[in-house]
Design a binder for this molecule. Structure first.
Ligand code: FAD
Length: 346
């Protein structure tokens, strides 16, 4: 496979599909290259109990909203995968799989997209590779010394494997709280966070968050982080009812057999689960972004300020309010494709 087109989209998760929808509507010649062999993006890899924090009605991609899931107010990750598969079939989106983009390079007036399955040439590239492939681990001393098991959110599947063990869960975000809710049912657990956890009010779920994000996108009001960090989904509420939602301040280091606190005391444990977030997956763009070092990259909206033929879609609020959510992906994809269309026309 290889070819030449006006726009190459790297990544066929929700953000890449939203871009495909608007590219198709605009009649632009394009292809979406996705490294996975099946549709669904990061939603294919969530843990068993992972649920959306908003009802299906509030999680639409452009054009066709997510159908509800029978018997579930908050759809499962598997339901989202089914939706993304059906979405790309419905709009006959031009996704090629599995194709991993290794590098995007400037070559004269075009960008050259090098993959494990050939080379594409494009006037513009939209990168929508998400964050799931770049788990972040904080630089806590002693991580190499610890002889127990260490895993990140991306490696966690279900609490069953921790039954009867002593588990330390690190991280004060939604994944930390949801995995704590799981693990606390079967294991002896300790939850540690860098700052005291900030729980959102019970009546704030994805519906409210997305309204707030939409207001912010239109320039009115603050962002969702002002409301707190942790959405009180049913499993986290249940954990609160069981009295387990209590965090200790961050550990000072790991030892061979456990964690050590700031006062020097040691607590033995069998496993540490790092629910410490992700970084944008931009390694394939290194030739275009000389200043990039495993963090974000400077943009104006979604357009790179270092390489004007490059757009960054999804990833986080730095590419548009709530752009890494299902509903936000559509808003930023629409603006991105409108900008590319105008430049191609001009
Ligand atoms: P991804 O889904 O990661 O898709 C990126 C795609 O690009 C993947 O298929 C990947 O294989 C491919 N790719 C990567 N690198 C390359 C390459 N070099 N070449 C080719 N292909 C490549 N959002 C909501 O709206 N509601 C929620 O309730 C919600 N809950 C969340 C809960 C958790 C725990 C997390 C982590 C996120 C949640 N999100 C939620 C946020 C968001 O919807 C997801 O993170 C979403 O998967 C991001 O979509 P994406 O398309 O940007 O990236």
């Amino acid at each position: 496979m290889s070819g030449s087109c006006e726009v190459v989209v790297v990544g066929g998760g929700q953000a890449g599909l939203a871009a495909g929808y608007y590219l198709r509507r605009a009649g632009l010649d394009h292809v979406i290259l996705d490294a996975q062999s099946q549709p669904g993006g990061a939603w294919r890899h969530g843990w068993d109990s992972l649920r959306l924090f908003s009802p299906a009605l509030y999680s639409p991609l452009p054009g066709w909203g997510m159908p509800g899931q029978d018997g579930e107010d908050f759809p499962s990750a598997g339901h989202v995968v089914d939706y993304l598969r059906a979405y790309e079939q419905r709009y006959d989106l031009a996704v090629r799989r599995p194709v991993r983009v290794r590098e995007v390079r400037p070559t004269g007036a075009h960008l050259q997209v090098q993959t494990n399955a050939g080379v594409w040439s494009a006037r513009y590239v939209i990168s929508a590779t998400g964050t799931w492939q770049c788990p972040y681990l904080p630089d806590v001393p002693g991580r190499e010394e610890f002889t127990g098991r260490q895993l990140h959110t991306v490696d966690y599947a279900s609490p069953a494997e921790f039954r009867g063990q002593r588990v330390v869960i690190v991280g004060g975000g939604n994944s930390g709280a949801q995995i704590l809710a799981d693990v606390s049912q079967v294991a002896e657990f300790t939850w540690v966070t860098r700052r005291p956890p900030r729980f959102m009010p019970d009546d704030v779920d994805g519906r409210v968050l997305f309204d707030v994000a939409a207001r912010k996108a239109s320039g009115a009001g603050g962002g969702v982080s002002e409301l707190g960090d942790i959405v009180m989904v049913p499993s986290v509420r249940d954990a609160r009812e069981r009295g387990v939602l209590h965090a200790r301040p961050m550990i000072a280091r790991l030892s061979a057999h456990g964690v050590c606190w700031a006062d020097g005391s040691e607590q033995p444990c069998d496993a540490v689960i790092w629910c410490t977030g992700f970084r944008p997956d931009l390694a394939h763009l290194a030739p275009l972004l000389p200043g990039w070092r495993h963090g974000t990259a400077p943009t104006d909206g979604t357009r790179s300020t270092e390489e004007p033929r490059l757009y960054l879609l999804g990833y986080g609020d730095w590419t548009g309010s709530a752009s890494a959510t299902l509903v936000g992906a559509g808003r930023t994809a629409k603006a991105t494709v409108a900008d590319i269309s105008a430049r191609l026309a001009g």
